[in-house]
Design a protein around this ligand. Sequence first.
Ligand code: UD1
Length: 339
Amino acid sequence: MRTKILVTGGLGFIGSHTVVALQEKGFEVIIIDNLSNSYVQVLDGIEKITNQRPIFEQIDLREKEMVKKFFEKYNDIEGVIHFAASKAVGDSVKKPLVYYENNLSTLIYLLQELQKNSRANFIFSSSCTVYGQADNLPINEKAPIKTAQSPYGNTKQIGEEIIADTCKINLNLNAISLRYFNPIGAHSSAEIGELPIGTPQNLIPFITQTAIGQRKELMVFGNDYPTRDGTCIRDYIHVMDLASAHVLALERLIKRKEDSNFEIFNLGTGNGNTVLEVINTFEKSTGINLKYKFSDRREGDVIAAFADTVKANNVLGWKAERSLAEALQSAWKWQKRFA
Ligand code: UD1
């Protein structure tokens, strides 16, 4: 019998790549997704890569009764990776209650079900956004949490607090929170990737859509930051590297290797790149000239963020292996499928 894992939001960007990595490692995957920001066709892409079609349940996790029924139907799930959440920062400012309800009630309902088990393993999708503008770079897991800049960011902070409080009183619950830096790229096969609905908010989809001619030009938000070329610095991490970190985290939980029943890891490459460096690397590695111009700073952007990877390297045994050029090439290969 294969170990059954529930992946919520498993048809989304990071979720779908993690499903592939799990299936390749022999896990049996059940996906819950409400298709609010994803497509059911992603299942075909996953199947093409792995020759396996995961079980799919179209459930909205805000429906508490449905969550309960799901766990009655699948009573032998050994781990949950919880990706399902809303993630557009600007949107969250306009619709705070939608974000708080969606990102927090779903987490609570899942934990309520898991509490009933004698043993439960849980992985939470968090973000480096919890650090805000960190005082020291690279950012390690002990860096203080800063006041959130948006309801979205706040849901990640509160989400972690909910898990920490629950783990304190429920020692059967073992949880890991993974704080991602900037996930980019697509599967090397280009069968799955990022599918932003509407105008993309993030840099890489904007770059590839501009390169393909879908958008006139890229706006670089600010060129007067105190960095080496005036543009912001981020730690761009290939989504396939991120996916393998989830498998390692899950194995750590299943094997009971944790130092405490709630652990936190930063997931990044450890390298920071400016927006202009990303543009140059894209141009060099694809041979395409990108049209861009500078505009005002975007509200809420931090100057620089990149990960201290020591804990993930030493404790989780994980290291990012793919380069920025490779990640950008994979994003481009994926974008070209929609030409
Ligand atoms: C953003 C969120 C972060 C969230 C993450 C999830 C903000 C302020 N932060 O991270 O909380 O966890 O997405 O996906 O929204 N840029 C441009 N032009 C563009 C788009 C982006 O110059 O058209 C620049 C930004 O100013 C930034 C960098 O590119 O310096 C990366 O931006 P983005 O991809 O949106 O990621 P973050 O802002 O780092």
